[in-house]
Ligand binder design. Structure first.
Ligand code: AMP
Length: 219
């Protein structure tokens, strides 16, 4: 099964993708994570992407499509993929259809997490993650059980993303409205789009997504 998780930055895509990954044995492909890894490794793609990401804008379609194309052939994608943060433009959505068709695969489900914009700025501004294992936390909504210690691995070092500053968040929301929201009618036209209330508690959102995926699997 291959699915796309859509929604604005801070909408909970990453959190939910990790949960679905475990539950359905799918592989999460997050273009944001791939780009951050490229930036950290100092590759050419990373160097090109860094300034664009820090400005809250979208990295060029060519770079993103090439990155996903390379990744899709890997053995860990065989059982199916959760696309997280991709596609973000109609051109990327069309390219994804081509990439899947070339491999005789198809998209089974597109789920949009619907969230309120004001809440997004609050959600994004407070988030941080464990430097060692990547577990996600939030100043307000999801603090570690013991202050300053990762629940999952015990590390005491945490990271905040460079592009989670309020002014960059606003640019990212604008990019979502202008460039990514037009994907919604694209997938609606194909009969693939369903919506989930992303403002609900995290476990409820996971349950709602699972219900939709179970239905898609039975089709
Ligand atoms: P994310 O972690 O998904 O919020 O992505 C962080 C940043 O990486 C975005 O603000 C963009 O600058 C860039 N990015 C991630 N995925 C894409 C994509 N599919 N297309 C263009 N830019 C992307």
């Amino acid at each position: 099964m291959n699915m796309v998780l859509l929604g604005p930055p801070g909408g909970g895509k990453g959190t939910q993708a990790k949960r679905i990954e475990e539950r359905y044995g799918l592989k999460q492909l997050s273009t944001g994570d791939m780009l951050r890894a490229a930036v950290a490794a100092g590759t050419e793609t990373g160097r090109k992407a860094k300034a664009v990401m820090d400005a809250g804008k979208l990295v060029s379609d060519d770079i993103i499509i090439a990155m996903i194309g390379e990744r899709l052939g890997a053995a860990d994608c065989k059982a199916g993929v959760i696309f997280d943060g991709f596609p973000r433009t109609v051109a990327q959505a069309e390219a994804l259809d081509r990439l899947l068709a070339e491999r005789k695969l198809s998209l089974d489900s597109v789920i949009e997490l619907k969230v309120d914009e004001e809440a997004l700025v609050r959600r994004i501004a407070g988030r941080f993650s464990c430097k060692r294992c990547g577990a996600g936390y939030h100043d307000e909504f999801q603090r570690p059980k013991a202050a300053g210690v990762c629940d999952a691995c015990g590390s005491t070092e945490f990271l905040r993303r460079d592009d989670d500053k309020p002014e960059t968040v606003r640019a990212r929301l604008e990019a979502y409205r202008r460039q990514t929201a037009p994907i919604l009618p694209y997938y609606q036209g194909k009969g693939l789009l369903t919506q989930v209330d992303g403002m609900a508690p995290i476990d409820d959102v996971t349950r709602a997504i699972a219900t939709l995926l179970d239905k898609a699997l039975r089709r």
